[in-house]
Design a binder for this molecule. Structure first.
Ligand code: ZN
Length: 440
């Protein structure tokens, strides 16, 4: 079973974890870069005491990495000697230059165990043959995921990094029953498998699709499409952060959201991104996740602002795990503003698919005029891929219904532009819901 004791409540787990802040502060104070930051704070005895602690942001991590030295090639937050580093890993760099992190041998072991916990909750067990589709070893979804699959007791089949033809062949020959991929790649790869193998992907042996790296697998229409394409019985959503721990949340067989699986190593807080106050872990609550790595040696991170906006989907789950479940509803950074209304691109996608999934491939993106655009005064341009074999009248009616539903539900206007299948690029790592022509 996972490290999350089932008899414990979520409150008692968090209370127990709070005791680790004392030793963490003591370790951090030995280093100049942290001593200055946490000068004012005392050991917390209550959750609210954490509000006095400074946040760490992605920008802080990047700035600290710019302060490289020959002794500390990973920058000012590298707290151990380089000879103690067992591995270097990197964030994916999809929102800017990648950041690099070192792991000691103990860190590598702890990551393997925690990521293994997440895979166990998501459906990997002894006897599972799990295909890992990323081609990049250094990123969070690379070697750390590979270690996690093995820790969960599964058989790792790392098929990523080859041609699609070879990947498809691996799917068929190795009797893969668990596919690990991003939501968009899972759908795309099913089509490619059929092209390469001449048999529909649903006739292969995949039963569970573990989808992470981007929001999407929690959206009912996207989930249905993945299940149908692979003939699978389960989609488990999966989430983590390279900067903190690559897998911290995983969906159990109940399928109503992702459980927190990173205790005891990581402490999570839920805050209001505007007032910065704590949001209670209650059904329906939304807030930004803040993470502290309590036990990491090489580069601990205190109160990291994830910018991930979570919505709590349950506080008691039928599977028995005593942690809340959630869906990630967007990134605080991705939030767009249409005439003073806030809207997440992921919410637009969900509503459009609800109204028009019958005529859409499921791939879509919002077009900005320039990379940094957040505000829209005119209708938000939304490119959607239309299925090939359609009656144009039916397609037009479905797209009009989708615009109307977006207006009603989200109180923003979108200008839907149909494009043929294949026009919007699908990457095997992360698929952006928003783009600006001319920038990557
Ligand atoms: Zn559960």
């Amino acid at each position: 079973m996972t490290a999350l004791a089932q008899t414990r409540t979520w409150e008692s787990t968090q209370r127990e974890q709070l005791k680790e802040f004392g030793p963490l502060l003591e370790r951090l104070r030995r280093h100049e870069v942290w001593a200055a930051r946490i000068d004012e704070v005392a050991e917390p005895t209550h959750l609210d005491d954490l509000l006095a602690f400074p946040f760490t942001t992605k920008e802080d991590l990047r700035a600290a990495q710019a302060e490289r030295s020959s002794e500390h090639p990973l920058g000012a937050f590298q707290l151990v000697d380089t000879r103690e580093l067992s591995q270097v890993t990197s964030s994916s760099g999809t929102t800017g230059a990648p950041t690099y992190f070192g792991l000691t041998q103990s860190d590598v072991r702890r990551w393997g165990a925690r990521i293994g916990d997440a895979y166990r909750v998501a459906g990997v067990a002894p006897g599972s043959v799990a295909a890992l589709t990323t081609g990049m070893a250094i990123v969070a979804g690379g070697l750390p995921y590979a270690d996690g699959i093995r820790h969960a007791g599964g058989t790792l089949a790392w098929i990523g990094g080859q041609t699609t033809g070879r990947m498809a062949l691996g799917m068929q020959r190795l009797g893969i029953d668990v596919l690990v991929a991003t939501a968009s790649f899972a759908a795309h790869f099913a089509e490619r498998c059929e092209q390469e193998l001449g048999v529909p992907a649903r006739e292969l042996s995949v039963r569970t699709v573990i989808a992470g790296g981007e929001p999407g697998a929690g959206v009912p229409h996207i989930r249905r499409a993945i299940l149908d394409a692979w003939g699978a019985t389960r989609v488990s959503e999966f989430m983590g952060l390279g900067d903190i721990l690559p897998a911290m949340w995983a969906e159990c067989e109940v399928g109503q959201g992702m459980h927190f699986t990173a205790a005891p190593d990581v402490f999570v807080e839920l805050i209001d991104p505007v007032t910065l106050e704590h949001v209670p872990w209650e059904l329906g609550a939304t807030g930004e996740a803040i993470y502290t790595t309590l036990l990491r040696e090489a580069s601990p991170v205190l109160r990291f602002r994830s910018r991930d906006q979570l919505q709590i989907t349950s506080v008691e789950c039928a599977c028995g795990l005593a942690t809340p479940t959630m869906r990630c509803v967007g990134r605080t950074d991705d939030m767009l503003i249409y005439k003073a209304m806030n809207v997440f691109p992921s919410a637009v996608r969900e509503v459009v698919l609800e109204a028009a999934s019958g005529v859409l491939s499921g791939t879509m993106r919002i077009r900005k005029d320039f990379e940094a655009q957040v505000r829209f005064d005119d209708d938000i341009p939304l490119e959607v891929e239309l299925r090939d074999d359609l009656d144009t009248g039916a397609a037009d009616a479905a797209l009009r219904a989708a615009s109307a539903l977006v207006r009603e539900r989200l109180r923003v206007r979108v200008a839907i532009e149909p494009v043929p299948v294949g026009v919007i690029p699908v990457s095997d790592y992360k698929n952006a819901l928003v783009y600006a022509p001319g920038s990557s």
